[in-house]
Design a protein around this ligand. Sequence first.
Ligand code: ZN
Length: 451
Amino acid sequence: MKRQLTTFILSVLCLAGHLVAQAPAAPTLIKVGRLLDPRTGNVLAPAAVLVENGKIKEVGTPARVQADAPAGVKTIDLGNATLLPGLIDSHTHLLLDVVVPAEPEISRRHNGEFAPGLLLAIVEPPNKRVLMGAQLAREDLESGFTTVRNLGHSGIDGDSALRNAINSGRILGPRILASGRKIAQRGDYLQDLNPALAEAILQQEFLRVEGADGARQAVRENLLYDVNVIKVAVEDNVTVAEMSAIVEEAHSQHIKVAVHAATEVSIQTAIDAGADSIEHGNQVTEEQLKQMRAKGIFLDITPIWYGGFWSKIHEPIVESSATRANQAEGDNKSRQRGVELVQRVLKSGVKFAVGSDMCWFYPGKTRGQATATIFPIMHSIGMPTLEILRAVTTSAAEMLGWQDRVGTVEAGKFADLVAVAGDPIADISELERVRFVMKGGQVVRNDFASH
Ligand SMILES: [Zn+2]
C-alpha cells in the first residue's frame, strides 16, 4: 500500500512537472488602468496587453487590443493598477544567505561578519545549497523580479543548475543569468583555511587568476557549466593583462564580463581591459566615469549599504551599545558616500543599472522583499524615481545584453509584467508592494484577483 501510494505521488508529481514545462499558457488579455513606459515616463491610461505563447503580442488601448484578441481569450482585469515591465535585479547571490553571527564571532575573526557564513555555504552539500537557492529564487519572483543576474557564490554549477530547473518548468523562479564561479585572487574572501584542504575548499567557490593564460583557462572552465556571464572580483592585485585576457576570452564566446571593482585602481583595471560592467564602483572618479561613458561601460550601482542596512541585519543580535553606535555611524557614512556617488553618476551621463548585491538574511523579510528595499534607498540618496525605474528595467536589460527580450512592455518581448496599486513615479516604495507578477505569460501572483 505504501509503495503504491508512493508510486502514485511520484507519477502525479511527474505529470505536474510535465504540465508546467509543456503547456503553453492560454492567450491572455490584461486590462489595466495605467501602463507606465520607463523609457519615457509616459502613461497609457487605460491600457491593455495581449499575451500569446508567453510573449507580448500587442499593446494599446483596451478597445484596440480587445478587437485583435482571439475568441475565447482569457481576461485579467487589474482595475486601476499601474502595469510595468518585470523588474530586473542585475546583481544578486541566490545561493548565499549569510546570517550575521554573534558579536564575539564577528569581532574575533578575520572578516567575521561574512566569512563564517560563506564558509558554511561552501562546505555544506551543494544539493542543499541549490535547494535554498530555489526558495530565494521563488521569493525574488514573487516580489516582481522576473530576471536576475546571479554573480557568484553558487558553488561550481549551482546557479546554472537552478536556471535550468526554472527554465524547464520544474520550479518557479526568475530568468537567471548564471555566472558560475567567481574569478578572483586567492585570499580576498577567505583566509586561515586548513592548509591541507584550502585548495579543495576554494575550488568549490572560486577560479583563480594566475597570469593571462590562467585567466583564459578560468573563463573556459566556467563555460563548461554553460554560464551566461563571467564575474571577476578585481582587487588592486589583478593586472590589466590578466583582466584583458578574461575579457577577450569571454567576448570570443559572446559572453559579457561583470567586474567587482570598488577602488580607483581596480576600477581603472576594469576600464582599461574593456569590461562590460563595473559592479559597485564605490570610488569611481569623474575622469573614470567619463572613460566609462566613452567606452559604453555600465556602472552597476549596488545601493543596499546606503540605507541603514548594516544596522538592520544586526537588529536581532545581542550587541553592546558601542557596537550599535559604530554600526549606525558606519551606515551614516555609507549613506553620504551613496549621495555623492549618485550625484557624480547623474552628472556624468554614464550608463547605469542598479543591483541589490543581496546575499544576507534580512530579518522579517523574504529575499524578494529584502531585495526590493533598494528602491526607496536609491530615492533617499537622490536618484529620481524614473531613473530608478529605468535602471531596473530598460537599462538593466541593455547591460545584460537582453534588451531584445526583457525590460519593456512591447510586442515581441517576453510577457514578464508586474503591477502595483499606486503610481511608482510619485512613490517609488510602490515597488516594494508588487501585487501582480506574470512571467512568460504565466501568472505568478495576483493580489488584485481577490478584490
Ligand atoms: Zn556581489
